[in-house]
Design a protein around this ligand. Structure first.
Ligand SMILES: [Zn+2]
Length: 348
């Protein structure tokens, strides 16, 4: 096996100079397209349709992502046990990493490994901690073999579990980005969300913050508090949904206009009417970048149009900007002199 050379400049050098954009949300996007099942949410697609995964990585890079995150989210032992396919554990991880490495290589972007919430961690059961650490170690090992530039530990709801993930990543000698997914009312299960970030930062994470769960409106005040609390870099990767103080996470939405939704709630497969447009995600990115939050992205629900808006909002011009809107050429709303007067919409 040939060892991949690290990307230069690496994550920390890029963050010293400015923003790093990281597109996430692969699970939701492939579920929406009909190639991944809601509920289990296991990324078997990396074996079944590798070309689609490669293309979505390329789409996100084209739209401005500086990072290709290997699609190993929920490709871990607990989820594979739930669907009775533990034998696919290593092939899923190695394939996901190889696909991501290929796109990172061709585009000069950063290659990130990924570990996440194990779904087995319980604070007062040490045997679950041992099992979770073993899960982190095997996935981090495969990521290291693939030559990743850094490793993301994401959507943790326990600070103690995130700490175990951080220790595993640091022991492997890789930079660590640790992000929490906040449970309702702004907390983690075993700590306040901001306090959790402070503890992870103190323990040596290179980047700490939040991803998933909360939309831009509800994540923003928490990100501001974290920025004011820690001295390391801060991450902010909300879901593109219009969360509110009353419904702070996308799991808490109720839709009074929809009486017969399967499961009763819009989450996770009927969130369409709560979606943020691209400009809202751009506004969020600009705001957090203004307060020196440099690791910025979008999680579940993200499309390339959101990522392009994030990139443009912080002064980038990714390849996809070639196709950013020019409404002066629109058939009825345009102002271009070639458009017949009779076709121009009159607003009076
Ligand atoms: Zn997410």
């Amino acid at each position: 096996m040939t060892t991949r050379q690290p990307t230069s400049p690496g994550l920390l050098e890029r963050l010293e100079k400015g923003p790093v954009i990281c597109a996430e949300g692969y699970l939701f996007e492939f579920e929406r397209r009909g190639y991944l099942q809601a509920g289990p949410y296991v990324p078997e697609i990396v074996l079944e349709h590798p070309d689609m995964v490669r293309q979505l990585h390329r789409d996100f890079v084209h739209a401005g992502s500086d990072v290709v995150e290997a699609f190993t989210y929920y490709g871990h032992r607990e989820k594979l046990r739930v669907i009775g396919k533990e034998k696919l554990l290593e092939p899923i991880n190695r394939n996901a990493l190889a696909i991501a490495a290929e796109v990172a290589e061709e585009s000069g972007t950063l290659l990130a490994g990924n570990i996440c919430n194990t779904n087995i961690w319980e604070a007062d059961k040490p045997e679950t901690h041992k099992a979770a650490r073993a899960m982190f170690e095997e996935q981090v090992g495969w990521a290291v073999d693939a030559g990743v530039d850094y490793i993301i530990g994401e959507t943790f709801e326990w600070v103690t579990e995130a700490m175990a993930a951080l220790e595993t990543i640091k022991a492997a000698g890789k930079p660590a980005v640790i992000t929490f997914s906040i449970v309702p009312h702004g907390k983690l299960y075993d700590a306040d969300a901001v306090e959790g970030c402070r503890r992870i930062a103190d323990a040596g994470a290179d980047v700490v913050g939040f991803n998933c769960g909360y939309g831009p409106a509800t994540m923003r005040p928490l990100v501001e508090k974290v920025r004011a609390t820690v001295s390391c870099h801060v991450a902010a990767l909300p879901v593109p949904y219009r969360t509110t103080e009353k419904e702070p996470g996308f799991g808490s939405f109720k839709d009074p206009d929809r009486e017969n939704l399967p499961g009763g709630d819009p989450f996770p497969t009927a969130l369409d009417s709560f979606a943020c447009d691209r400009y809202e995600m751009g506004d969020f990115a600009r705001h957090v970048y203004d307060i020196d939050v440099r690791y910025i992205g979008v999680c579940c629900g993200a499309g390339p149009h959101h990522i392009r808006a994030v990139a443009e909002a912080i002064g980038r011009e990714p390849p996809a900007s070639r196709y950013s809107p020019d409404m002066t050429k629109h058939a009825t709303r345009g102002t271009d002199p070639i458009i017949p007067e009779a076709y121009r919409r009159r607003v009076e």
